[in-house]
Design a protein around this ligand. Structure first.
Ligand SMILES: NC(=O)c1ccc[n+]([C@@H]2O[C@H](COP(=O)([O-])OP(=O)(O)OC[C@H]3O[C@@H](n4cnc5c(N)ncnc54)[C@H](OP(=O)(O)O)[C@@H]3O)[C@@H](O)[C@H]2O)c1
Length: 343
């Protein structure tokens, strides 16, 4: 995806050139998130309008999901949000490949060509659409060459079911190999004030190849907003599995957030808004993925896109959360071991 910044009717938004001139800011659509159920956190079952619908109403047109979020339920919610002829205004990005069980368990990843077509067939049916704007494997399947997985999606592009191909959480070598099979439009990967790992080789590689970045975890799973889950919150994957939310690490990280919050008071913004604005400032080729689960969070995040921050302010934000002082890794060691992006 080629991106440029533009002011379109309200929020300053990332505009993605998807051949139809759409206005895009990424919004995740975690309306149906269940505790520990889908890699995201907590519960916000659709009361009233769906977050996805509100995002569309607010001028956001990029909706990001995974077919394994709620085992297809999140796609069904997006289908509802896309009613009333809204499909043509939306850019839908879907991750696939994660295997689930009826007990919410995880069973690895499947990137085999026949699995790609199977996953896609079900997604198209659930979303009630003829095509997916951007389709990507959620993780590298260690048993399947990336060339085979991308080749299968490329077949689906030729057949008209997919418009663009993306990747998620892969490293520079895999990006190059995939791009050699079919142009890769976008890489989804964690990037925030607290997780800057991509700056070493992944981001330069993406830029060299003209691949945009959909940055997720821009609030480090909410940590950068200062709102952390109750230590006793049942089933919250942050306290259960994420080192940054545990023990002394949490206390140390909250000190950094406090510095950010104090800076926000001077800059007339919340800590979360500064964290979002920082990601956005890193380049027009970076689309911040807003992990909003509630209306207030969505609107707070959208306001961050209107913040006018000069170089000095951005440098102060940068300095408030020095990477060397962030305590704990972004995932637990067992999960990091599965990430191609961490090799
Ligand atoms: N490709 C991948 O491997 C991958 C992996 C994980 C996620 N993702 C995608 O990225 C999206 C976002 O990631 P994420 O949810 O893990 O990380 P995130 O955006 O860093 O954090 C989202 C959390 O921050 C809190 N939050 C959001 N807006 C806020 C606001 N304005 N003020 C205060 N707190 C706010 C919420 O927590 P509370 O509800 O507790 O307040 C929310 O659950 C996901 O929905 C998913 O689509 C992709």
């Amino acid at each position: 995806m080629n991106t440029e910044t533009s002011q379109v009717g309200g929020p300053v938004a990332q505009v993605v050139d998807d051949d139809r001139g759409h206005t895009l800011v990424a919004a995740s659509t975690a309306d149906d998130v269940t505790a520990d159920g889908d890699g995201k956190i907590g519960a916000a079952k659709g009361v009233g309008k769906l977050v996805g619908q509100r995002a569309l109403d607010a001028g956001i047109t990029l909706l990001d999901t995974g077919d394994f979020y709620g085992m297809g339920h999140n796609e069904l919610l997006i289908r509802r949000a896309l009613g009333d002829g809204k499909r043509k205004h939306a850019f839908i990005s879907v991750k696939f490949g994660a295997l689930r069980g009826p007990d919410n368990s995880w069973g690895g990843f499947d990137g085999r060509p026949q699995a790609v077509k199977n996953f896609l067939a079900y997604t198209l049916k659930r979303l009630d659409t003829d095509y997916i704007d951007l389709y990507r494997p959620a993780r590298l399947d260690p048993d399947v060459p990336i060339e085979d997985t991308i080749g299968a999606i490329a077949d689906m592009v030729k057949a008209g079911y997919v418009r663009h191909i993306g990747l998620s959480e892969v490293g520079a070598d895999t990006i190059r190999r995939a791009h050699a099979v079919h142009p890769i439009a976008d890489l989804q990967i964690e990037y925030s004030l607290m997780s800057r790992g991509i700056e070493a080789s992944i981001l330069p590689t993406a830029r060299e190849l003209g691949i945009s970045i959909t940055a997720y975890g821009i609030l480090s799973r909410g940590l950068l907003s200062g709102h952390v889950p109750n230590a006793n919150a049942k089933g919250d994957i942050r306290t259960l599995r994420m080192p940054r939310f545990q023990g002394n690490n949490l206390a140390r990280n909250l000190e950094l957030v406090d510095t950010l919050r104090q800076l926000g008071t001077r800059l007339n913004a919340t800590a979360a808004q500064l964290a979002i604005a920082w990601v956005k400032s890193r380049g027009d080729d970076i689309v911040p993925l807003i992990g909003a689960r509630r209306r207030a969070q969505l609107y707070e995040a959208l306001q961050a896109l209107n913040l006018q921050l000069d170089e000095a302010a951005l440098a102060q934000i940068d300095a408030a959360v020095p990477t060397g002082r962030v305590a704990g890794t972004r995932y637990a060691a067992a999960q990091l071991a599965h990430l191609d992006s961490e090799r």
